[in-house]
Every structure is written in structure tokens, then in C-alpha cells.
Design a protein around this ligand. Structure first.
Ligand SMILES: [Zn+2]
Ligand SMILES: [Zn+2]
Length: 201
């Protein structure tokens, strides 16, 4: 799959996240609502957790004509999947983001004074929500998702997830490298002394 080097490359007119704004007719105050579920056009998120390509994106948006362009506000929510950063167990979740995104008309003052990567543009009576959603989801998702707040991680000796191991999972045999180290440590107090109150002498 090709990687997109710039924002313009994202403007796929067939993307479900491209919204036709022709109905607004550039009359400030006119508004349309978008309430639908569309398949995510790509995997959106971070390395360890993301919205999968094709997963349902629930859009609940107001698309308003303002003097400088089209203002999109509302929420986008979707299921996420990934893996626990500590124990690598597959996890599923949910993400919801708030969007407030202005798309400038090509001939507006905003168009003249901003770069396209700062403020999106209304292009051929459409606005493309993909990049704003990618940016907001990236900020909303945890960098280190966990299967649970108290995930104990993996056993450092055998690598199994401790959350699903037997309670008290441990390894009795001391690793030879540690055995050597243990032999160099001073004996814990009490060891080697006669038992207190022993009457066998
Ligand atoms: Zn975990
Ligand atoms: Zn183990």
C-alpha cells in the first residue's frame, strides 16, 4: 500500500469520509447533519491500538456554512483493537473523539492566510474528514494500552502472561547465573544460629 506523502493525496473522492457540502450553498447559517456509520477507509491509530480498516466509524456531525468556509463539529466513535503493551494479549476497546474543524473556502481570507495543513479546504464542494479524524484519534488513544490497569505483564522467566497463569506461578529452580550470585550474598539474619529456646543440647 502506498504511503501518503501529503494531505492532498488523501483526497480520495470515493472515501466515505468525504462529505458533499453543495447543499449548504455557501449561505452562512445553513446546516446539515451527518449521522451515519461508515467503514473506516484505513487503519487509524497507533502501533499497539487502532481502529481497523473497515471497522464502523459512527459519525454524529453538524456541517455548517460559516463566512469563511464550512465548520464541522461533532463526534466520531469506533471500536478499537490492539494488544496489551505489557502482556501482548489481544484487547478490544472503543474510542470517541470530538471534532471541531474549519474547512476554508478557496477564495476566503482564511485560505489566503493559512497553509492547507493548518486549515483544511473546501474542494469541489466537499470536505475530507479523514486527516482530522486520523489526527484526533492518534491523540485520543493510549500509547501503552493495557488489558487491565493491574496487568502483571509476562513472567520474566518463561514469558507466559501472568494474568492467566496459575496463581502463585513461579519457578523454584534457581537459574545457575543467579545461584552464583546468591552464594555471594551474606546469609540472611537468623540462618546458621541455633534455634531460640532449643533444648536439645
Ligand atoms: Zn496485559
Ligand atoms: Zn514463568
Amino acid at each position: 500500500m502506498a504511503t501518503h506523502a501529503n494531505a492532498a493525496a488523501h483526497r480520495n473522492p470515493r472515501s466515505p469520509l468525504v462529505i458533499n457540502t453543495a447543499r449548504l450553498g455557501r449561505r452562512p447559517g445553513s446546516m446539515l447533519t451527518v449521522r451515519e456509520s461508515v467503514p473506516s477507509p484505513s487503519r487509524i491509530g497507533l502501533d499497539l491500538v487502532a481502529i481497523d480498516e473497515g471497522a464502523p466509524l459512527d459519525l454524529d456531525l453538524r456541517v455548517e456554512s460559516v463566512s469563511e468556509g464550512v465548520l464541522v463539529t461533532g463526534t466520531v466513535s469506533a471500536p478499537t483493537s490492539g494488544e496489551c503493551a505489557r502482556c501482548l494479549t489481544p484487547i478490544t476497546g472503543h474510542v470517541e473523539i470530538d471534532l471541531t474543524e474549519l474547512f476554508a473556502y478557496p477564495d476566503s481570507a482564511t485560505d489566503a492566510t493559512t497553509e492547507e495543513d493548518e486549515v483544511g479546504r473546501v474542494i469541489n464542494n466537499t470536505v475530507d474528514l479523514e486527516q482530522p479524524i486520523i489526527d484526533a484519534v492518534g491523540l485520543a488513544l493510549p500509547l501503552s494500552p493495557l488489558c487491565g490497569d493491574d496487568c502483571p505483564g509476562l513472567c520474566p522467566r518463561c514469558g507466559i502472561p501472568l494474568a492467566t497463569a496459575d496463581p502463585g506461578h513461579r519457578h523454584d529452580q534457581i537459574d545457575p547465573r543467579w545461584a552464583k550470585l546468591a552464594a555471594m550474598l551474606p546469609e540472611p539474619p537468623g540462618v546458621g544460629e541455633p534455634p531460640a529456646g532449643g533444648g536439645e543440647s
